[in-house]
Design a protein around this ligand. Structure first.
Ligand code: SF4
Length: 470
């Protein structure tokens, strides 16, 4: 349930079309709205850069009149979730007029060593407006293109300096690129519009679906792709031997109808639920999802356990973010107005509720109580990710350990805290098996405390020497 969920940190889109791209990017961003609802923006190039961006959902920020103004056949787009959005100038795409022309960038991820890069650039006399990692990237790229007169080579050179996660959509004047970090931490895929209208790169395949575009392939880890009039031109920027796809994309972030790195998100969630039923069976009368996040996991749990699934919690789809009044009564009401039990399904029943993850546990505690108040005789909680114990430094909004209910607590302590009769999380082994990836090719940092890249003060997943890059 949204109130107790970590937030994704952005969607990117890059396109080249035979006609104006802005409207296509608009619809692609709307399909990716789940990845960021704080701000949105589009940048197109046609002899010069035109940018429209602002705070709010895509449809709040842009309307038909903006599409007319954003004429141009190449463009990029971005949806933003970030605390940094309190500074409107941080909204992406970020752009600069440089000595080699106009550059605009949209970024999903976090560059862990950005402060070092910014400090170095300042030493060289560069003046920053935002001190953002995107601004630093543009400055480094400009310098390198100036020195080499080769955009592709310059992208490779600058990306080699970055540590962290990135899926970039990049405009360099009228050339447009999609770039994925050496581990493939954040998703990025390529598609082809119908009737030869053009080509697209986007964070998830649902953005292609909405445009009727054909899925071509994922951008490979360590690959930059230039989107040309004829298709895609690949530039190897140096993949790692091992990948580190963020497991949370399949568990929660991505839309269930997306396919990421060859894996259907819906099927992955279903398999996680199935595995959870085998690892942590419950004697119960009904399996219920927490809507909407736990639906596919619950379906899998029902299949794996043989217990029928039923919708015992209804979500009010029209309540999104609300200001929560600072009184106890108001806090209780705020959960009940978002979700309400179906007494006919719950009363007199032993129920299993299934969700994808627990962060703070506050909402789960209220749901368990709500179900007991509605007459459930037993409430068993099953969770489709291992306990979250460690921050994410790679682009997801969970930045400190204190926010996790599982931090330094046993499963039984958490069970007591949320008030359920039993509680079980999927094991790391079970999760890896359900996702059908090698463990070495997944980022599991927030559930193991071991990260795929060097994070100051944290453990590295395994030592990667320079020879580890191809
Ligand atoms: S630390 Fe967790 S949320 Fe962050 S990238 Fe890794 S798996 Fe994803």
């Amino acid at each position: 349930m949204e109130a107790d969920k970590v937030k994704e940190a952005c969607a990117v889109v890059a396109m080249r079309c035979k006609q104006d791209v802005a409207q296509y990017i608009y619809y692609a961003l709307r399909a990716l709205q789940h990845r960021g609802q704080e701000a949105s923006g589009i940048a197109v190039y046609s002899g010069g850069l035109k940018v429209k961006k602002g705070v709010g959902l895509v449809s709040d920020v842009m309307g038909p009149e903006d599409m007319d103004k954003l004429s141009g056949k190449v463009g990029i787009g971005h949806n933003y979730y970030s605390i940094k959005v309190s500074r409107p100038e941080n909204i992406q795409p970020q752009s600069l007029k440089t000595g080699i022309g106009d550059i605009a960038i949209a970024h999903n991820g976090i560059i862990v060593n950005s402060q070092l890069i910014i400090a170095q650039l300042k030493k060289e006399g560069k003046l920053f407006l935002l001190e953002s990692e995107e601004e630093a990237f543009i400055m480094r790229l400009t310098d390198t293109i100036r020195a080499t007169d080769d955009i592709a080579k310059s992208i490779k050179t600058v990306c080699k300096e970055l540590i962290g996660s990135y899926a970039f959509a990049l405009l360099v004047n009228d050339r447009v690129f999609a770039i994925r970090d050496p581990y493939g931490i954040r998703p990025l895929c390529l598609g082809k519009l119908p009737d030869g209208k053009g080509f697209i790169a986007a964070s998830e395949s649902v953005a292609l679906d909405v445009l009727g575009a054909e899925f071509i392939r994922d951008v490979m880890p360590g690959e930059a792709v230039e989107i040309t009039e004829d298709g895609f031109k690949s530039i190897n920027i140096g993949a790692s031997i091992n990948r580190a796809h963020c497991f949370f994309e399949w568990v929660y972030f991505a839309r269930a109808d997306s396919v990421i790195d060859g894996m259907s998100v819906y099927e992955a969630r279903k398999r996680i639920g199935w595995r959870l039923a085998k690892e942590a069976p419950a004697i119960a009368d009904v399996v219920m999802p927490i809507p909407d996040s736990g639906r596919a996991h619950a379906y899998g749990y029902a299949l794996g356990s043989g217990i029928k699934m039923n919708e015992g919690l209804m979500k009010n789809r029209y309540i999104h973010r609300t200001f929560i009044m600072p009184t106890q009564d108001a806090r209780e009401i705020s959960v009940r107005e978002k979700m309400n039990p179906v007494r006919a399904v719950v009363e007199g029943k032993r129920v299993v509720i299934v969700d994808d993850s627990i962060v703070r546990g506050t909402t789960m505690k209220k749901i368990v109580k709500m179900l007991r108040d509605a007459g459930a005789t037993e409430v068993h909680v099953r969770i489709g990710s291992p306990p979250l114990i460690s921050p994410c430094y790679l682009g997801i909004d969970m930045t400190n350990r204190d926010q996790f209910i599982a931090d330094h607590r046993s499963i039984d302590d958490i069970r007591k805290e949320i008030g359920s009769d039993s509680l079980a999380y999927i094991t790391i082994e079970g999760l890896v098996e359900a996702l059908n990836f090698e463990k070495e090719n997944l980022c599991l940092g927030c559930v193991t405390g071991e990260y795929p890249v060097n994070i100051p003060g944290e453990r590295r997943r395994f030592q990667q020497t320079l020879e580890g890059f191809t």
